[in-house]
Design a protein around this ligand. Structure first.
Ligand code: PCA
Length: 324
């Protein structure tokens, strides 16, 4: 009788420890705050991974650049210090032209066009990330980019001299081309840069305007809808391969669901963010024809430069995008 009980206890203990061993814990750094729709989406994704993997893969979210600053997240995932992470693709434009594509102004300006551009970009993006020891799990567009400034901007020459916050090489280049002074500041430090007067303008989405309470300093949003950059969730390849096949499938499934949900959420919440900006005293202004034309000339020039850098792959992406 005693023997039986101890045998039973032993097997329960064994099963328990096997279960405990099979549980994997990952860290997920993101550079954006809890109010951000990308982060809301990540939170749901993490729950889905937990459910679909039957508790085998536990992911901890570190938002608002609390674990790594935005430009450091990619390298952290590459080095497996973080097994999974969220990056803004266009932040890495200087590394390879593939990361720049969805940051170019006036190439793809609405959600449909941006999704098409993503489909054209995706195989090349996957290949590049793979060569760097990572895999692409999913990517979601930010809402369309407009200009936050107090100044009256009717044409691009009105942007001369602005103290312009840039978040990527492309947004810094735009500043240069219009005669503004670019200062690179990531979103997590944007509110402080506004408060201290380091910058007085920038180009981004209504979502970032809301997250950073830009309306406390800037009262105008020129809704240029210039481009929709994407955040991508990337995974370290070795960490992925160390998961059992069922957990790998669970992760992929949750990723596919997050991608679909994220694109919808981006679009739905953009309206909400714009309403919140208005409630807080910010005026949304339709850009003049002159301003749009000036910006699209800049966009064309940047696309030409991009095509030179991106070679045959770049041309293939643009052709695939335009064929859809
Ligand atoms: N918000 C991010 C990137 C694109 C966007 O809409 C930012 O301003 O940093």
């Amino acid at each position: 009788m005693f023997k039986k009980i101890s045998l039973l206890t032993g097997s329960i203990l064994l099963a328990f420890s096997a279960g405990a061993q099979a549980q994997t814990k990952w860290d997920l750094p993101s550079a954006y705050p809890a109010s951000n729709f990308h982060v809301e989406n990540l939170t749901t994704f993490i729950k889905d991974v937990d459910t679909l993997s039957e508790g085998k893969l536990k992911i901890t979210l570190h938002n608002n650049a609390s674990l790594y600053k935005a430009p450091e997240i990619k390298r952290a995932v590459q080095g497996n210090q973080a097994q999974i992470g969220e990056i803004l693709l266009t932040n890495f434009a200087n590394e390879d032209p593939i990361y720049e594509l969805d940051g170019l102004p006036f190439l793809a300006t609405g959600y449909d066009a941006s999704f098409k551009l993503y489909q054209a970009q995706k195989p090349f993006l996957e290949k590049k990330l793979n060569s760097q020891g990572m895999t692409l799990l999913y990517a979601v567009a930010w809402p369309p980019q407009g200009i936050f400034a107090n100044k009256d901007i009717k044409q691009i020459s009105d942007m001369k001299g602005l103290k312009w916050r840039a978040y990527s090489p492309v947004t810094a280049k735009i500043a240069e081309l219009v005669g503004a002074q670019p200062v690179t500041v990531q979103q997590a430090e944007l509110a402080q840069a506004l408060a201290t007067g380091v910058i007085d303008s920038y180009m981004s989405s209504a979502s970032t305007g809301y997250d950073t309470k830009t309306y406390e300093y800037i009262k105008k949003f020129y809704d240029t809808q210039a481009w929709l950059p994407k955040n991508a969730v990337i995974v370290n390849k070795k960490a992925f391969e160390a998961l059992d096949p069922a957990t790998q499938q669970a992760l992929k499934k949750a990723g596919a669901q997050a991608e679909e949900r994220g694109w919808k959420l981006s679009q739905e919440k953009n309206k909400w963010y714009q309403d919140e900006l208005a409630k807080n005293g910010m005026e949304t202004i339709k850009p003049t024809v002159e301003l749009k034309e000036g910006l699209s000339v800049i966009g064309k020039r940047m696309l030409d430069d991009w095509l030179k850098k991106a070679g045959a792959d770049g041309q293939a992406m643009i052709d695939a995008y335009r064929k859809q």
